[in-house]
Design a protein around this ligand. Structure first.
Ligand code: PMP
Length: 460
């Protein structure tokens, strides 16, 4: 086995890490971590240090680490048939079964699933399908996509453009011109503190209407949104938001893409976020929870309405010119089948509902007396704590103080618990695996209280 110092050297010399401060890493200011194993909520590094991963990797290891059933299914598939493509009607038992299992669980109006590898490529597919759809319908001008500031939809060219976080645009010449952004449904960050939640929702609706009027409804193809804003801050929508937004979209014949990469397959305590909030999407993006990240796999679930037009298009134009070599990769599909079975057998959707409300209530009551805690919010097992310098007047810290990252570091160093400092604002996010127990929830709550109190003493 390679020595740790050897690996660290090779790591710095050869490995281009994503979403990393490259210069800090090269200088050695940023520690490299080599993860070697995992079980349940815990991961282990090569020195045998165990850490409670309260973010499930990147909110994706929903069944927890080390599930033998999924590993066995992957191994069996690799031995039997590691690969064949899914072009021109080809498939495998695993990919065909998985498509059926997804549709059995998806909202009622959904019709077919197209498989990809990542959340980003699934959203790229979605935008191409939406453009194709409008071309078949002979509406060549109807192409722009509305997404929300603070939305996260990937980091490809189009999906990085849809993502409404500056970090993902800066110096990459993004966003592309076909993308327009609208307001985030982020009540805690409303400008007018006297505004009620209902007034704030109305403001989101008005500003969407204004955007559509400015651009022209005949130029707008689709609106994309996560049922709960994720990477942008873990923000459940205010009551009535989705109903009101959908009414506007329907009025202007704008398709709705629900990006359920994080919320799909149980995280909110419902199988899909769309069911949770009564959203009727035309297309749903799935990834992470589809395989619990045991193998890369994503999907675009298209509704009957969209499917009919795509079908009609191929009668006019020939086969659809869109496919990846690895679409419906058998190993990913086998992981997906085993993962969805396990989600049912372990009752993870109802556990997410029950344990999620226990966790969210627990965080609220344990943290409410700490002066820098401005907001504690969550839905299912997806929670966030937002920090402020002054709670009464809701004054935020300077970004340069790095209060969120300091708290995430304290959490790890003092309690060996991983939470995520969200990229924009001082926000600590939690999204543990859906199999979290009450005892594990208590450990995370206690660790959060300890880390936040510790940092509060330094920064106030
Ligand atoms: N959509 C959402 C809502 C996401 O959270 C993510 C990833 N965090 C993506 C899309 C992109 O997925 P991937 O990183 O697999 O490309």
């Amino acid at each position: 086995m390679l020595r740790n110092d050897q690996l660290a050297e090779w790591d710095r010399d050869n490995f281009f890490h994503p979403s990393t401060h490259l210069a800090q890493f090269a200088r050695g200011d940023l520690q490299n971590r080599v993860i070697a194993g995992g079980e349940g909520l815990y991961i282990e590094d090569r020195d045998g240090n165990r850490t409670l991963d309260a973010f499930a990797g990147l909110y994706c290891v929903n069944i927890g680490y080390g599930r033998q059933e999924v590993a066995d299914a992957i191994a069996a598939q690799a031995k039997e048939l590691a690969y064949y493509h899914s072009y021109v009607g080809h498939g495998t038992e695993a990919s065909i079964t998985l498509a059926k299992m997804i549709l059995d669980r998806a909202p009622a109006n959904m019709s077919k699933v197209y498989f990809g590898l990542s959340g980003s490529d699934a959203n790229e597919t979605n935008i191409k399908l939406v453009w194709y759809y409008n071309n078949v319908l002979d509406r060549p001008k109807k192409k722009k996509i509305i997404s929300r500031w603070r939305g996260y939809h990937g980091s490809g060219l189009m999906t990085g453009s849809l993502t409404g976080l500056e970090l993902f645009h800066n110096k990459f010449d993004l966003p592309l011109s076909q993308v327009v952004h609208t307001d985030a449904p982020y009540y805690f960050r409303r400008e007018n503190l006297d505004q009620s939640e209902a007034e704030f929702v109305q403001q989101c609706v008005d500003s969407l209407e204004e955007l559509i009027a400015r651009e022209g409804a005949d130029t707008i193809a689709a609106f994309i949104g996560e049922p709960v804003l994720g990477t942008g801050g873990i923000v459940p929508p205010p009551a009535g938001y989705w109903k009101a937004i959908q009414a506007v979209l329907k009025k202007h014949d704008i398709l709705l893409i629900a990006d359920e990469v994080v919320t799909g397959f149980g995280r909110l305590g419902s199988m899909f976020g769309s069911d949770h909030y009564d959203i009727e999407p035309d297309i749903i993006t799935i990834a992470k929870g589809l395989t619990s990240a045991y193998a890369p796999l994503s999907g675009s679930i298209v509704s009957e309405k969209v499917w009919k037009v795509l079908e009609e298009g191929t009668d006019k134009l020939g086969p659809i010119g869109h496919g990846w070599t690895y679409s419906a990769h058998p190993i990913g599909a086998a992981a997906g089948v085993a993962n969805l079975k396990l989600i049912d057998e372990m009752n993870l959707v109802s556990n997410a509902r029950e344990m999620g409300s226990y966790f969210n209530e627990g965080l609220k009551s344990a943290l409410s007396d700490i002066a820098i805690v401005g907001d504690v919010r969550g839905e299912g097992i997806l929670s966030a704590i937002e920090f402020v310098k002054d709670r009464d007047d809701r004054i935020f810290f300077d970004a340069a103080d790095k209060v969120g990252p300091q708290i995430a570091t304290a959490l790890l160093e003092r309690s060996k618990v991983i939470g995520r400092a969200m990229p924009q604002g001082d926000i600590l996010g939690f999204a543990p695996p859906l199999c979290m127990t009450q005892a594990e929830a208590d450990i995370i709550i206690e660790a959060a209280r300890d880390a936040i109190s510790h940092v509060a003493e330094k920064v106030l």
